[in-house]
Design a protein around this ligand. Sequence first.
Ligand SMILES: [Zn+2]
Length: 99
Amino acid sequence: MPRPERVRIGALEYGVEWDDPEDGDRYGECDIVAQVIRVSGKIPGDRQREGLLHEVLHAVADRYLADEIDERVVRQLAAGLLDWMVANLDAMRWIVEEK
Ligand SMILES: [Zn+2]
């Protein structure tokens, strides 16, 4: 499956770019103003997936909490959610498909 080029956060559409972030010490960034998520395309695939989820959490926090959340919390939530999603695909499908 190709890497996503856009994601929707509520009513907002974010572009997803698979380029190196402007800050060379990081492997991802979320530009809330420009609505662009950037994840390095040079890191391993599992890191890219966790990186995208990480940056999405920043965008979700901005959209639904109107605030930033602590970077450490974002890192732990992204890792935990990714682990849960990978281990529970049937439950995840049920959550998004049952209405
Ligand atoms: Zn972050």
